[in-house]
Write a protein that binds this ligand. Structure first.
Ligand code: FMN
Length: 355
């Protein structure tokens, strides 16, 4: 699982002057901030009134992702960067406020596979009809509404425009955050597969995407377990992929073009490449040991070869002197072994790229 903190937008939905919503939002942040730190979640307060979203004014359907208005692009970037949401919402005429419906309608893909929890408030219903209304809308967007809710009856809870302290309510809010974080982690593989930079992989349910520094923990685990076999066949522990600490992995992920093959949140394989003048240096081709023999390594190799910049004339890679299985794979893909000096401790291979 990634160590990247979860980003949770706390949406204050009412927009009218003098609304109670900001006070409810402030109470919520006070109640859950300490727990958020324990859970590794970052809370980002967002007042819908600050977004300046007019009634939906985009020409294209939101599923197109084509946004002409600056306010939509700003809102899209905020929602896209989030892992989950808590909507602090009143009930207006037995439903959610138009501001929330409008903010939901603006976007599509950005909401998908993220949990949403509700903190509602109102008169006798404590805003629960607003939540029921919102739940049937959000599922269309592939938002995942939580079972946990906080429902506040204004008559019981408000004094001088503020919420009266109530430890029981604080505990319910903390429980909502706990559930939100668990669901957000569980949905992460779904979010990953739906990223705009992901494309289907060769196994059903798998997806390929560029890796970044945030993926360093999974990369470190994969390469350590993969290069154990290399250490055994070559009878050496002097292999960088076996030793690199997390920071070094994060550093090279920032400078190499690295592709990762994922399924259900697990990194199944990877390969990296970097241009050096007219050479395309390929390396760190790895497939999880239990998935070898399915053609994943060959698929990853061909995929990274196809990503070579037009200026490159040759692909270069190297492997252990005794890594015969790797050498067989590369030769069957058209690589030739380059002449080596007696002091070389690796086999270098190359393949010309068509001009
Ligand atoms: C347009 C409007 C409609 C409302 N409809 C309901 C309702 O259906 N159920 C309810 O319990 N309270 C309703 N109320 C009362 C609100 O719960 C109460 O005014 C609350 O403070 C509204 O939230 P806000 O101050 O953040 O806008 C309504 C209030 C407004 C302004």
């Amino acid at each position: 699982m990634s160590t990247k903190p979860l980003r949770v937008l706390v949406l204050t939905c009412s927009t009218r002057p003098g609304a109670l919503g900001p006070a409810v939002g402030r109470w919520l942040l006070d109640a859950i901030t300490a727990r958020a730190a324990q859970l590794g979640a970052e809370l980002v307060p967002v007042a819908l009134s600050d977004l300046d979203l007019p009634l939906l004014d985009e020409e294209e359907h939101p599923s197109s992702g084509v946004y002409h208005q600056e306010h939509t692009r700003r809102w899209s970037a905020m929602v896209d960067a989030a892992d989950g949401f808590i909507a602090v919402t009143p009930e207006y005429n037995y439903g959610m406020p138009a501001s929330l419906k409008n903010a939901l309608d603006y976007l599509g893909r950005e909401w998908a596979w993220k949990p949403i929890g509700f903190v509602s408030y109102g008169n006798t219903s404590a805003g629960t009809r607003s939540v029921q209304h919102a739940k049937q809308v959000v599922t269309t967007l592939r938002l995942v509404p939580l079972g946990a809710t906080v429902a506040i009856r204004l008559g019981d809870a408000v004094e001088d425009g503020r919420l009266r302290p109530d430890p029981a309510r604080d505990a319910i809010a903390t429980g909502l955050l706990d559930e939100l974080v668990r669901v957000a982690h569980a949905l992460r593989p779904m979010r990953d597969a739906a990223r705009p930079d992901a494309r289907p992989g060769p196994l059903p349910g798998s997806s390929l995407r560029p890796l970044t520094g945030d993926d360093a923990p999974e990369v470190t685990v994969l390469q350590r377990c993969c290069w154990v076999d290399e250490a055994i066949v070559n009878d050496t522990l002097d292999i960088p992929a076996l030793h690199e600490p997390l920071d070094e992995v994060r550093d090279w992920l920032a400078t190499w073009h690295t592709l990762g093959l994922w399924r259900d949140g697990r990194l199944l394989g990877m390969v990296r490449a970097r241009r050096d003048d007219t050479d395309w240096h390929v390396g760190r081709l790895a497939v999880a040991p239990d998935l070898r023999g399915h053609g994943l390594g060959r698929w990853l190799l061909r995929t990274i070869e196809a990503a070579a910049p037009p200026a490159c004339r040759r692909i270069l890679l190297f492997t252990g002197l005794k890594s015969l299985r790797n050498i067989d794979l590369y030769q069957s893909e058209g690589y030739r072994t380059l002449p080596s000096a007696p002091s070389d401790d690796v086999t270098r291979l190359a393949k010309d790229l068509p001009r």
